[in-house]
Design a protein. Structure first.
Length: 314
């Protein structure tokens, strides 16, 4: 089975933890050990986020003022190398060297006229208090948005059109290798009138880019691993209902939190409309997710539209 596995932010940095190399490696090691058995027997591509890390690098760049800060596209490439190196190494270790694991710096084609460039929504970097967020916004001319009870920087997040390295990734899978790629959604690039790729100042959503890759390499399944058990309607309210399985048409008619679950649903819709399926569920229960004991599945068609968790358990 050819599968794209998207590691959520909880696989790299848990809320409240300092963003040190030691914590990054410990979290990635745990994620790769959970994935090893599945990766041993399937054609697997691992993608990952980079929001906290690219924001941290941006702050570190600003702290050194003798030279101009590096632009966001170069910082995105830097996080791909940094995180991809750790994922590649820890997955290879978890597999005991049985499978070759290749890390790839990936670029993602976007439209420079995408409306996202005038409406930033992608959360990056650490959380701030209201006071510190206001100071950072004034000093660095950042756009700030609320993230739970705190605040974070937001940047443009254009829709991914295609993954430039998809043919290379397909060849690696066909040769029996595993791939680590599309880190942070891939470095966003535009194509100029001469066909050249030029980096743009944005961060592509990792789940949407993973869906684009899944379509490009004709993957059977996209698995988005999160810290939640299900996709839910009316999440966090007394009317919350958890979704076991939903058709693309049914889930398309629903709305979810824009900064968190909605991009995952949009990614699942893209995969389902290409004929594939998507699983969304917890990293620490991957076997149960695959066995459909937990998590949400989005499929091209389903007679009843939505199968709720209560119905699935009955």
């Amino acid at each position: 089975m050819r599968v794209v596995v998207a590691l959520g932010g909880n696989a790299l940095a848990r809320r409240g933890e300092p963003m040190t190399a030691e914590y990054l490696r410990a979290n990635v090691k745990a994620a790769c050990e959970a994935l090893a058995s599945f990766a041993r027997d399937n054609e697997v591509v691992i993608t990952h986020g980079n929001g906290p890390q690219v924001g941290l690098l941006a702050l570190q760049n600003l702290a050194y003022q003798d030279v101009a800060a590096y632009p966001l596209d170069i910082l995105g490439a830097e996080t791909q190398g940094m995180i991809g190196y750790v994922v590649q190494q820890e997955l290879s270790n978890a597999l005991g060297g049985e499978r070759e694991v290749a890390g790839i710096i990936t670029t993602t084609v976007v439209d420079e006229a995408d409306p996202a460039f005038v409406r930033p929504t992608k959360l990056i970097g650490p959380q701030y208090s209201a006071h510190d967020a206001a100071e950072a916004a004034a000093e660095y001319r950042w756009t700030i948005a609320k993230d739970g009870n705190a605040f974070r920087r937001v940047v443009p997040s254009p829709m991914p059109l295609s993954i430039v390295q998809a043919p290379l990734i397909r060849r690696l899978l066909e040769a029996g290798s595993l791939a680590v790629c599309v880190g942070g959604g891939g470095v966003p690039v535009r194509v100029d009138s001469k066909g050249r790729h030029i980096g743009v100042q944005a961060v592509v959503d990792k789940d949407l880019a993973s869906a684009a890759l899944a379509a490009d390499i004709q993957a059977d399944t996209l698995i988005m691993l999160t810290d939640g058990d299900y996709v839910s309607e009316n999440w966090g309210t007394p009317e919350q209902r958890d979704i076991h399985t939903a058709s693309v048409d049914a889930v398309s008619a629903m709305s979810f939190a824009e900064g968190s679950m909605q991009p995952k649903i949009d990614a699942a819709i893209r995969v389902a409309r290409a004929g594939g399926r998507t699983l969304i569920g917890p990293l620490d229960r991957l076997d149960d997710l695959l066995a459909r004991k937990i998590g949400t599945e989005i499929v091209p068609t389903l007679k009843e539209g939505i199968r709720w968790v209560e119905t699935a358990k009955a």
